[in-house]
Ligand binder design. Structure first.
Ligand SMILES: [Zn+2]
Ligand SMILES: [Zn+2]
Length: 326
């Protein structure tokens, strides 16, 4: 029997979203509650057979959005709040794009599989809470402060990307339910992952980032996305395929002893391994703003043009340092 709430026709086994849960994770849990495979669930209730072949945490079409709204107690705003668009004006400014939006990972969707390790997990959180969190799609997410351990971006045993909805793919006609904390491919139990404790600098870094996202501002600047603009700009300058503009990369190699070969290949989405090495150092050089940054730039002879590469002006709060100290 379906229940009625106003004009809504609520799913019989409806379960509400958890705190900061991804839309895909919530729909997946609802399909389980109904003992229906996720693909069949979205086909039946949302009238779409392509739900799982899109990055639904980035985009769903209006029809699907309204169908979800009609069949759950949630408002459109509450549904969108589970999507990555909720980081608009916090991490990125302007529209959320499927191809690239600052700070948001790409999954590299290819049919039912993924070519990129765009979804992270904290194995302990996943084992305990049994849902996937929004911040596990952010490029600045490196470690879980609650569990004091690094996130992982793939199965440690078979190295497959994390694709939880594929846990349900089995015999066509039979419904199978594997625990959400298993690898879809080899059924490795993520909870058994060796936990790597976060060094103090990564803890401080992640704490600052998490707080910046929660507040929408930080002690650097009133608008958090302007802070992230610079973090990602420096990340792009450190990982660079350029043979001409190498000074920021050279400075990081010299100062922090980073030796990853990946540094020399330009890539829109640096690997989790590289991000977790470089981004905390970006935080460090900017920590005691502006003193630590000025010292770093002077020591390595970095100029404003190394950051802009003559392309475009950078946010005033950043530019001002070069105007005032150089
Ligand atoms: Zn955790
Ligand atoms: Zn595996």
């Amino acid at each position: 029997m379906k229940s009625f709430r106003g004009s809504k026709r609520i799913w019989p086994g409806y379960v509400p979203p958890n705190k900061n849960e991804l839309l895909s994770s919530w729909i997946f849990r609802n399909s389980r509650e109904h003992k229906i495979k996720p693909h069949s669930f979205t086909k039946f209730y949302l009238n779409t057979s392509s739900f799982w072949t899109r990055d639904v945490d980035k985009f769903i079409n209006n029809e699907t959005l309204h169908l979800i709204c009609k069949q759950t107690p949630l408002s459109i705003t509450q549904i969108k709040d589970m999507q990555l668009v909720s980081y608009q004006d916090i991490i990125f400014n302007g529209e959320l794009l499927t191809s690239y939006s600052q700070g948001i990972s790409n999954l590299g969707i290819y049919h039912r599989t993924r070519t990129q390790n765009g979804l992270l997990i904290c194995p302990t959180c996943l084992g305990r809470d049994k849902y996937y969190k929004k911040k596990w799609r952010l490029l600045t997410s490196i470690g879980c402060l609650e569990c004091n351990s690094y996130y992982i971006d793939c199965c440690p045993k078979c190295l497959s990307p994390i694709i939880f909805q594929r846990l349900a793919i089995g015999e066509k006609s039979t419904y199978q339910e594997y625990p959400i904390y298993l690898c879809w491919k080899c059924h490795y139990d993520y909870r058994k992952c060796r936990q790597i404790r976060l060094p103090k600098i990564v803890r401080n870094y992640q704490n600052y980032i998490d707080k910046t996202i929660a507040d929408g501002y930080n002690r650097h600047i009133n608008y958090s996305f302007l802070y992230f603009d610079i973090v990602y700009l420096i990340l792009r300058r450190v990982q660079s395929g350029s043979t001409l503009w190498t000074r920021i990369r050279d400075a990081f190699i010299k100062e922090f002893g980073i030796k990853e070969p990946e540094l020399f290949h330009k890539c829109q989405f640096p690997s989790f391994k590289l991000r977790s090495k470089i981004i905390p150092f970006i935080y460090i050089i900017m920590e005691d703003w502006p003193e630590s940054f000025v010292i770093f730039c002077k020591k390595h002879n970095l100029r404003y043009s190394d950051f802009t590469r003559g392309e475009h002006d950078l946010p005033f709060w950043f530019y001002r340092i070069f105007r005032d100290f150089f």
